[in-house]
Write a protein that binds this ligand. Sequence first.
Ligand code: NI
Length: 177
Amino acid sequence: MAVKEILTVPNPILKQVSKPVDGVDEDVRNLMDDMLDSMYAADGIGLAAVQIGVPKRVIVMDLDWGKEDGKRNPRYFVNPVLSDPSENTLPYEEGCLSVPSYFDEVERPDRIQIDYLDYDGKPRTEIAEGMFAVCIQHEMDHLEGVLFIDHLSRLKRQRAVQKVKKFVKQREQDDAA
Ligand code: NI
């Protein structure tokens, strides 16, 4: 297990479309372990493999992270497929470890089906609602090379990237000090 560097915008790797994996083997499990470590280290609740520079269709998530009781509830989604989105949509203020320091509202279906392989390679089907629905759609976007700021106006997107560049530069300076 290892904490990897999380890529930030405008790194072009984040625009890559991720490829499916052949199945859940030792390599994929190691990747998921590293992703989870990296996500926790960065205080995030979701991470796609491409965000640590591995364009494979793998997502990790922990919607309970940061809650007071400190319990962990890691979830793993390999080769996930979304279907049957609800007509009803909800706006939600999103953030992203690849777009640090910037938050904005995105509107998405509030209910959606997800089919995937779990940590043991077992096929699963779930209905995602609420925060889970928001998060899984956000992470699925990453697999298509899409960031939440791509759902915003061009002006907002440009502002976000400028803000992130400044933030990352400052973070590097702080880390070096
Ligand atoms: Ni993200």
